[in-house]
Design a protein around this ligand. Sequence first.
Ligand code: FAD
Ligand code: N01
Length: 542
Amino acid sequence: MVGSVETTGGPGGRRFDLVIVGAGFAGLYMLYRARQQGLDAVVIERGSEVGGTWYWNRYPGARCDIESVDYCYSFSPELVQEWDWTERYAAQPEILAYLQHVADRFDLRDDIVFERTLVRADWGEAERSWTLRLDDGSHLSCTHVVMATGNLSAVKPPSFDGLDDFAGEWFHTGMWPHHAVDWTDKTVAVIGTGSSGIQVITQVAPLARHLTVLQRTPNYSMPAHNRPLLAGELAEVRATFGERRRVCQLSDAGTPLPPPTRSAHEVTEDERRARYEEGWQRGGISALSGGYTDFFTEEQSNLWAQEFARDKIREIVTDPDVADRLSPRHHIGTKRTATDTGYFEMYNRANVDLVDVRDDPISHIEASGIRLESGRLVEVDVIVFAIGFDAMTGALADIDIRGTDGLTLETAWADGPRTYLGLQTAGFPNLFMITGPQSPGVLSNMVISIEQHVDFVADCLAYLREHDLDRIEASEEAQDGWVVHTRELAEGTLYLQARSWYLGANIPGKPRVFMPYVGGCGRYRTECETVVDNSYRGFVLG
Ligand code: FAD
Ligand code: N01
C-alpha cells in the first residue's frame, strides 16, 4: 500500500464513513469537504500521484480548452488569490502542479492511498455499508462511497491485431509515460484526430522526421489563440472572481461568455459571417457554437457554421485535396470540437502525410508498421494511439459493483446508464457518482460541474447526519422520470445524429444512448436545488 492510511482490520476491512474513488479534481475536493465535516474518509487512487486526467494525459501538447482562470476551483478564496496561471489555456504540467499544490496546501495526501484500484464493491443491507475490494486483495468498508472515477479515465485499448509484434515504441495519449520521448529522426504515426490527436500532432510534426496521420473522421478545430496571461488580466479576474464564477455556474457550458440571443435565421449572410469571424478571432471551443441560439438544434443554422469552418480549412491548407479530406461533414459541435495552435497548418509541412483510414481501414500492425486493408504498409518507428476513451461509463464498468439483492451495475445499465440526476442509480444505496451520466459534466467546464456535485453530496451527507439517517437511494420512479427528461431534451438537438463518444458510438457493442444532460449547468443546478429544497425529493432516505 502506498500512503499512510491503514485500510485493513476485521473481515470486511476497516470501516470508514466515506470512501472516495479517484484523486482528480473531483476526488480531491470531495475529500476536502468530507474533512470539513469531520468524516472519517479515505481516497483510493490507481495512479501514484494526484491529478486524474492531468496525471495520466502527459502527451506533448496536452492543455485545457476552458480558460485557466475558469478551469480551477472556487472553494477557497485564498487559493484563487495565490495561484498564478501563466497562460490563457494552461498546459498539462501546470494543471498537474496546481492539483499537487491543492493536495499539499490542504494537507490531503495523508488520506489518499495511491497505486490501488477498486475492483469490487458489495452493498450489505444488514450492515448498511459497502464492502470494497482492492486489487491487492485487501478490503475496507464504508457507509457511503463516492465514485470520483472520471468520465474520460478508462482508455479505449489499442486492440489491433499484431501490436505485440511491433518492433518500435507505441504510446496511448491517455496513459502517457513519465519519461521524455525522443522524436528526433523518428518516423511517427498518429492514429486518431480527436482533441488529443490534434494536440499531439501539432507538437510532434515539427520534431519528427516524418509524421503520418491516420484519420478516420475529420474533426472541427477552433484556434485557441493561446498566449501568456498578463498580470493585469489576472488581477482583474481575481477582483471579480465571485461574480464571474456565479455567471459560469448559471450558464449552459460553465463559462462566463454571454449566451447568444438570436437565431442565425434572424440575420443576413454578411452579419452571420462577421459574427463567425469575430468568434474565430476570439478563439476557443465556443468560437462558432456561441454565435446563435439554434446552433445545436437547427440543421441550417449549424450548416452555415460548418461551411464557415470548412472555408477556414481551405484557406489554411494549401493542397486542395488534403484540405478536402480534412473537412468534416458532421454537424459541428455534435462530436466534441477541438481547439488547436496551428493544427491545420501542419498539413502544409513536407514531412506530414494524411492517410484516410475510413475507406482503407487498419488491418493489423506488424513489426515495421501499420498494414491497411488495401495492403499498403505505413512504415514507422513510433505509433501514437490517440483513440480516446470508453467515456462516461467505462471507469464504473471496470468495477464489479453489486447493490441491493446482488443487482450488478452491469445489469442495471445493460441498455445504457440509468441515473437520477447523474448522482445515483436505484438499487445502489449510498453510492454517489460525481458528474455521472445524465448530468451536464462533459458538456461543460467540468470543474464547475464537479464542484456543484461534490457540494450536493457533501451537503446531503451532512443532512443525513443531522437527521440521524444513514441510507439514501434514488427511487425507481424518480430515476425513470429523469431518464425520460434527459432523453427528451437531447431529442430536440442535433447531437443524436453524430457517431460520438457522447452516444457510446466509439466503443463496439456499447449501447447507443446519448449520455450527457443537454439542459445546461444553470438549469441543472436549479433542478438539484429544487430537489434539496423538497427534502431530497426523489431519493428514499432511511
Ligand atoms: P479524473 O481526472 O479522470 O480522475 C479520476 C481518477 O480516478 C483517475 O486518477 C483514475 O486513476 C481514478 N480511478 C478510476 N477508477 C478507479 C478505480 N477503480 N480504482 C482507483 N482509482 C480509480 N474538461 C474541461 O472541462 N476542460 C478541459 O479543458 C478539459 N481538458 C481535458 C483534456 C484531456 C486530455 C482530457 C482527457 C480530459 C479533459 N477534460 C477537460 C475532462 C477532464 O477529465 C475533467 O475536466 C476533469 O479533470 C475530471 O476530473 P475527475 O476528478 O472527475 O476525473
Ligand atoms: O478521443 P476521441 P480524444 N481506427 O474519442 C479515432 C477530452 N479532451 O482522446 O471519430 C482509426 O475524441 C477516432 O475516429 P472516429 C475531450 O472531451 C480534451 O481525442 O471514431 N481511428 C477519433 O478520431 C475529448 O472529446 C482536450 O472515426 C480510430 C480518435 O481516434 C475527449 O477528451 C484534449 C480508431 C479518438 O478521438 C476525448 O478525446 C484531449 C480506429 N480503430 C481530450 N479508434 C482538450 O483540448 C478510434 N479512432 C481540452
